[in-house]
Design a binder for this molecule. Sequence first.
Ligand code: ADP
Ligand code: MG
Length: 339
Amino acid sequence: MSDIIQLLPDHVANQIAAGEVVQRPASVVKELLENSIDAGANTIKLIIKDAGKTLIQVIDNGKGMTVTDARLSFERHATSKIRSAEDLFSINTKGFRGEALASISAIAHVELKTKQDGDELGTLIKIEGSTVKHQDVTVTPKGTSLSVKNLFFNIPARRNFLKSNNVELRHIIDEFHRVALAHPNIAFVMYHNGSESFNLPTSNYRQRVVNIFGGKTNEKLVPVEEETEVLKISGFVGKPEFAKRTKNEQFFFVNDRFIKSAYLNHAINSAYEGLIKDGSYPSYFLNLTVDPKTIDINIHPTKTEIKFDDEHTLYAILRSAVKHSLGQFNIAPVLDFDR
Ligand code: ADP
Ligand code: MG
């Protein structure tokens, strides 16, 4: 009998990985913005055409790449962010899997321009479906520009599965907001089809929230600050009377990473018990800082879910911190429950 197992060629492996990492244009936006942040940029520009279906471009003023690194960055499991298994327990970058650029370039037309400080010329690389089409030196500012065109050009099923431009743009804006909220010290601009959608200058956290969600947000923000041995909390919760019918102003960040946690969300809701009506949702913009050793962010490729060592303690601290803040601002139960 003959053997039948083969190792898949890289471009096939990359395309499979892309299936997990890249669900839609917004996934590309997230990965590129995160790479710019990891590169130490303090100004990041996002350019979108047709809700990302024709173009997603991110331009940063970060540290850029050498020519060798530029080429390597598209290889699978190629990363500058971790070196050993131990490093997985002390991650303080957004990326570490070395999969994003390999995945994206497997399913789109990608153009990279990058230059490091002090270099006279930068590097230009064009890749289509994991194949390098062109490489040259180029004139470009310090930093990195990565543009992604024709997403899913070689996966018609995925391309056809994309939602309307309105829906895809909404997802992009959500990702943009999450990243921008986690990094008020970085200036962000976003353009869609040639016009400016957001211009967020470097600011403090309150100003960033207000810049994104509008001037009226300011009066409803109640600060939350707490520091214990295991957890530091900072940010804002909304005054109960401003509770919304939607959950679109609910943000948790853990070590500057947007995460979803039904459990921690429950901790907040329970702090509002008796203060807001059923069916309305408090706003919150909360940053939790924990020792990276006490969380596992490697449970899903998109890293929006994480595992905490001690969820119960975090729940209790969070709930009491929020209650305390609401109490300090003399927010007494004002609502009659007309049940
Ligand atoms: P990861 O972010 O998990 O390391 P990526 O595939 O997203 O994997 O990126 C691969 C590598 O390419 C990064 O580790 C980094 O060294 C480099 N890189 C990617 N984007 C940028 C950028 N905007 N500026 C500088 N280096 C970058
Ligand atoms: Mg990355």
